[in-house]
Ligand binder design. Structure first.
Ligand SMILES: [Zn+2]
Length: 470
């Protein structure tokens, strides 16, 4: 039957989300005549991952394909005909036929098709690791490590004319469409947000480093021999960089509520507060340095800290299955900025403290002089570090692909008396990442306007040749 063809038209192209309806029509062009059993249209969502490895020197490639969503509807014969006929075969004469269809994207309650199918060899690797028994819909996503190692989350509308003869090919057509669930409906790794005991991480993320404070030689020289003996030459003072997640978009999880969330399109300061804390008060440090006892003659500078640089990044960590497990880390710089700030330790504010970190980092020699229940804190003003959060795509979890996101903040500090000796405090906080949503969400009507992580090259839109869902 040369000349017969099927076209799929989408009436409302856009980035679909939870609850959205895809409307379109299947257009069948019959040149002469067409014998057919039916015409089916399907909304299909696939999570496909592929990679390669060398086992004993020999190349092995492998692929996993999981069906997230599959809704099939028969548009021909039309529903009213389906009800009254037992006929299996139909003949369409030359002409142009249009059959409308529509599909609605389900929400969080949807269980991935591959999971409900209960196929014997269906591997739920990441779900099992995460102690989850089902997956739901995740957003369109494409990432390529090499031409052989990639993964894709892909949605499409497929049309298929079933012909009665075994020897005639079915007529098929497929067009990609794009989907991202509402942020409130996403499915992500809980393990990523838990500590080693599988408890949910708190809404604060700490990182600690020590800065060496010494007495400059001028002051030392001015002291008497006895005073020199009594005083220490240097103290390593711990500084903790804290990222505190605000209650901006709390997420209720099976393990409790977490505020470790960043949403693209916002300023970072909408989601977090930053501060720098230490176990030493100004007078603790003066004491430790022996400066409170120093001669009136000695000119002791009050101890101060310099903040010299701040860097903010998002880190996307994806693991995907195929012949092996491939790890992919992508870093997205949000801010990389020199600072020129000097703050006296006397400007740090005394606050209650119940974390263990500062104690562990404080020199044991001063253990009985430092009050473990308090610390001295400097809130870092947003003007020093605030930045725009770019959209790198939602966190997600499927049987074969897992995408986790971390917020990385690196603050470079130095003792004001020795600014060359810079110390970098790196705070890496596991988070859930939300895409840009709501009133400030860009509108997507063309493929070119989609977020860069979404459209997959056309070559990946063909799922006909490969084997069935694993
Ligand atoms: Zn699966």
């Amino acid at each position: 039957m040369p000349g017969n063809s099927l076209l799929i038209h989408i009436d409302n192209p856009q980035l679909y989300t939870t609850g959205s309806t895809v409307r379109g029509c299947a257009e069948l062009l019959v040149e002469d005549k067409l014998d057919l059993e039916c015409l089916e249209v399907e909304l299909l969502g696939l999570a496909k991952s592929r990679n390669h490895t060398y086992v004993n020197g020999s190349y092995t490639a492998g692929e996993e394909k999981h069906r997230l969503l599959q809704i099939t509807t028969m548009v021909f014969p039309p529903p009213d005909v389906q009800d009254v006929t037992t006929s299996k075969n139909y003949t369409l004469t030359s002409g142009r036929y249009n059959y409308p269809f529509e599909f609605v994207f389900p929400g969080k309650e949807h269980v991935a098709k591959c999971v409900t199918d209960k196929k014997t060899f269906h591997s739920k690797y990441y779900l099992k690791k995460d102690k989850r028994d089902h997956a739901t819909l995740v957003g369109s996503f494409y990432q390529e490590e090499t031409s052989e190692d990639y993964f894709v989350i892909q949605y499409s509308i497929k049309g298929r004319v079933k012909t009665p003869s075994l020897f005639k090919f079915n007529i098929k057509q497929s067009v990609p469409i794009y989907f991202a669930p509402r942020n409130s409906e996403i499915f992500f790794s809980l393990l990523h947000l838990c500590d080693r005991s599988k408890n949910l991480l708190s809404d604060e993320n700490h990182a600690c480093q020590r800065v060496k404070y010494g007495i400059d030689s001028e002051v030392k020289e001015s002291k008497s021999f006895l005073k020199k003996l009594l005083s220490s030459n240097s103290v390593r003072v711990p500084f903790e960089l804290n990222v505190r997640f605000k209650e901006t978009s709390p997420i209720e999880t099976e393990k409790g509520i977490t505020n470790r969330v960043l949403e693209a399109g916002n300023r970072l300061s909408k989601h977090v507060d930053l501060d720098l804390s230490t176990s030493f008060s100004y007078s603790n440090l003066m004491d430790a340095l022996g400066m409170n006892r120093s001669d009136k003659k000695g000119i002791a500078h009050p101890p101060a800290i310099k903040l010299t640089h701040i860097k903010v990044k998002l880190i996307s960590k994806v693991r995907f299955l195929g012949a092996t497990e491939t790890y992919s880390t992508l870093k997205f710089d949000l801010l990389n900025q020199p600072l020129d700030l000097q703050i006296n330790l006397s400007d740090f504010e005394k606050v209650d403290y119940n974390g263990p970190h500062l104690v562990n980092y404080s020199p044991s020699k001063y253990a009985d002089k430092l009050d473990k229940r308090v610390c001295y804190r400097l809130s870092l003003e947003p003007s020093w570090w605030d930045c725009y959060v770019n959209d790198i795509g939602q966190s997600f979890l499927t049987c074969n692909i897992r995408k986790n996101v971390e917020l990385y903040i690196r603050l470079t500090i130095a003792c004001a008396d020795n600014p060359e000796k810079e110390i970098k405090i790196k705070n890496t906080a596991p988070i859930v990442f939300y895409r840009q949503e709501g009133s400030n969400e860009p509108s997507y009507h063309e493929e070119e306007q989609l977020p860069p992580y979404m459209p997959a090259p056309a070559v990946h839109d063909d799922d006909s040749k490969s084997s069935d869902t694993k």
